[in-house]
Design a protein around this ligand. Structure first.
Ligand SMILES: Nc1ncnc2c1ncn2[C@@H]1O[C@H](COP(=O)(O)OP(=O)(O)OP(=O)(O)O)[C@@H](O)[C@H]1O
Length: 300
């Protein structure tokens, strides 16, 4: 388990992270969301033991991270510091050896991952000859070559095309199934919504939204109704508890205060012609984010 308790980090007079607490259990994926400069990289460096917190503590399986733990941790930090003159094989052998792995194991795993990322022919290519996306895949492979128990990924998806993003997601999910703890940062809320258990939204080092995504969604009462039919906007808007009505090319989205309002909407929709769809859904994480964090973002 990874436990971050009341962690603070000052750079001179700037507080980059302030009173941050969270924990990650084996098999959990944790998303860290924030604008540029929110403090994400600083947190990762503290988790990896590269920076000392000004206050608070970080425990990995009950102990402060030490040099021996490196063998069980995988990380991909944002500065893409690949040794560009090396070949893919040389680079991965280098990182694998740093994690205490023997050559045979590293090559066996490397071949497996290159195959999985459709990069079998790249084994002897120099890193500097690779495209940015392929360099990123190699960096990702170096971070997982030791089958880590804790995987720290700073913006793993930035610059990846949708197909490779999906590949990364599949691999991350496989590690999750094996019980790895995964923490990653992103600027994009849809990545967090699609596969994290927990999230923290950081703003200037302060958590402004935090918790289990299922709880955050449950606590947020607002719902949306998606409907198709010959309805009238004015009639929908007149129903008590309807907050907004959005017309999309193929359907209407009726935003309601809470699920209970759907009954009144349904009673009206029943009187309309050609009704083919009436789905009540929880608000999306993106809507919750805008509602709860939007104001803070605007003040930045
Ligand atoms: N070594 C340093 N010395 C002084 N200030 C720093 C240092 N590293 C980071 N900062 C400052 O700390 C704050 C948090 O930076 P950090 O790199 O952790 O943010 P981030 O969320 O990772 O940003 P980005 O999304 O742009 O990568 C910023 O205001 C940054 O300028």
């Amino acid at each position: 388990m990874l436990e971050v308790s009341h962690v603070k980090k000052n750079y001179g007079s700037l507080t980059a992270v302030n009173d941050l607490s969270f924990s990650i259990q084996p098999g959990e994926i944790f998303g860290l969301l924030g604008t540029n400069g929110a403090g994400k990289t600083t947190i990762f460096k503290m988790i990896l033991g590269l920076l000392e917190p000004t206050a608070g503590q970080i425990l990995f399986n009950g102990k402060k991270i030490s040099y021996e733990d490196v063998d069980h941790i995988g990380y991909m930090i944002e500065e893409r510091s690949l040794l560009v003159k090396l070949s893919v094989m040389e680079l991965v052998l280098h990182y694998g050896a740093l994690k205490g792995l023997d050559k045979e194991t590293i090559l066996e795993r490397l071949n497996y991952w290159l195959k999985r990322f459709n990069m079998e022919s790249y084994l002897d290519k120099k890193i500097k000859e690779l495209s940015k996306g392929n360099q990123q895949k190699i960096q990702f492979i170096t971070s997982i070559i030791n089958n880590p128990k804790l995987l720290v990924l700073d913006e793993p998806f930035s610059g990846l095309d949708p197909i490779n993003t999906q590949k990364f997601v599949e691999v991350i999910r496989d590690f999750q199934k094996q019980g790895t703890m995964i923490i990653f940062s992103t600027h994009q809320i849809d990545h967090v919504e699609s596969f994290c258990e927990q999230l923290i939204v950081l703003e200037k080092g302060i958590p402004v939204l935090q918790g289990k995504i299922s709880d955050i969604k449950k606590d947020f009462k607002r719902h949306n109704i998606r409907l198709i039919g010959d309805v009238e906007e004015n009639m929908l808007r007149a129903i008590q508890g309807v907050r907004d009505v959005i017309i999309q090319p193929n359907e209407w989205i009726v935003k309601i205060e809470d699920e209970g309002v759907s009954e009144a909407v349904f009673n009206y929709v029943k009187t309309c012609m050609n009704v083919r769809k009436f789905d009540v859904e929880q608000a999306t994480l993106s809507e919750i984010f805008i509602e709860k964090v939007g104001e803070t973002y605007e003040q930045v």
